[in-house]
Design a binder for this molecule. Structure first.
Ligand code: C5P
Length: 297
């Protein structure tokens, strides 16, 4: 018997970052939006815990116990006095180390899949607490839709979204390390008093009404200067997306994927075509949001 869970990627439509905390994390006002790029995580009983991965970027995915999917199986098993004897297969479509929470998606997916395979029937609250232990973005991968994350991003308030938004994601060559981007944020802000992060009322209103032009005007990512500092070539990708007619362009999370908001699905298809032709990215993926959180297929 096996269980397969489909989990979406995310874009941060607002990522407001506060100063570094004593524990090394940063307080955030993090507005997550799940988008229609998915990983599928399949678990089946096996003699011991093993991980395999397929998909174009599979070679970059760690298959040892550092993989969040493996850690999710271990944590859930430990809480129930079980041995995590499962084979986990990840069919990966979310860019790796791209700022779209692909690793977090696999953690949330494996958690939900193991819970079903082992017949544990964990409550949503139990699953969310394990997600928060796995990483700051993992709870959102479970929940999907749209949500405001506070604390280090793990404390979620779900948000209403009034319509579909159309996006193009420009996938860069190679990834960026999230701790390195936060480190660069600290370096760039070393001589300023970083204000406490707050969610933008205009942005929350744009999500609620579903108006793409309003959302375009409110997109904001405090990690963008740090990502551009570490990867200056992303400026050319952002410029190419804007000249292709995007309403707005932004670095997705810690990058290096860039996200472009389009007027509609046709606009997204045409921006994707121009971005591909521009040679400023490895691939351009049109998709829409919001997307459902982790779902057993
Ligand atoms: O929580 P997660 O393991 O995904 O975080 C990865 C790294 O990103 C942390 O070790 C930290 O360097 C940085 N981070 C941060 N503040 C957050 C979330 C992540 O500094 N709110």
């Amino acid at each position: 018997m096996s269980v397969t869970v489909r989990v979406p990627a995310k874009v941060n439509v607002q990522l407001a970052v506060g100063g570094a905390r004593p524990d090394g994390f940063h307080d955030l006002a993090n507005v997550f939006l799940a988008v229609g790029l998915y990983d599928e995580v399949t678990v089946s009983a096996a003699p011991s815990l093993t991980v395999t991965c397929s998909g174009p970027d599979a070679a970059q995915v760690p298959l040892d116990r550092t993989n969040l999917a493996a850690r999710a199986a271990e944590l859930l098993a430990a809480r129930h006095g079980l041995s995590p004897d499962v084979h986990i297969h990840i069919d990966k479509d979310i860019p790796v180390a791209g700022g779209m929470a692909g690793g977090s998606a696999d953690g949330a997916g494996a958690l939900l899949a193991c819970d079903a395979l082992w017949g544990l029937g964990s409550s949503r609250a139990e699953l969310l607490s394990i997600c928060a232990e796995l990483g700051s973005d993992v709870p959102f991968s479970l929940v999907g839709g749209a949500a405001l994350g506070t604390g280090r991003g793990e404390r979620l308030t779900e948000l209403a979204v009034g319509g579909d938004f159309h996006w193009v994601f420009a996938v860069a060559d190679g990834g960026l390390s999230t701790p390195a981007v936060y480190g660069e944020f600290d370096r760039l802000n070393a001589s300023v008093a970083v204000p406490a992060p707050t969610a933008s009322p205009a942005l929350l209103e744009a999500l609620r009404t579903g108006e793409a032009t309003a959302l375009a005007g409110a997109l904001a990512n405090d990690l963008q200067p740090a990502a551009l500092s570490l990867r200056p070539s992303l400026s050319a990708t952002l410029a190419a997306g804007m000249s292709a007619g995007a309403l707005a362009g932004i670095v997705s999370g810690s990058g290096p994927t860039t996200a472009f908001l389009a007027k509609d699905a046709d606009g997204a298809a045409s921006i994707a075509e121009s971005l591909t032709a521009s040679g400023t990215c490895r691939a351009a993926r049109p998709t829409s949001s919001p997307a459902r959180g982790a779902t057993v297929l």
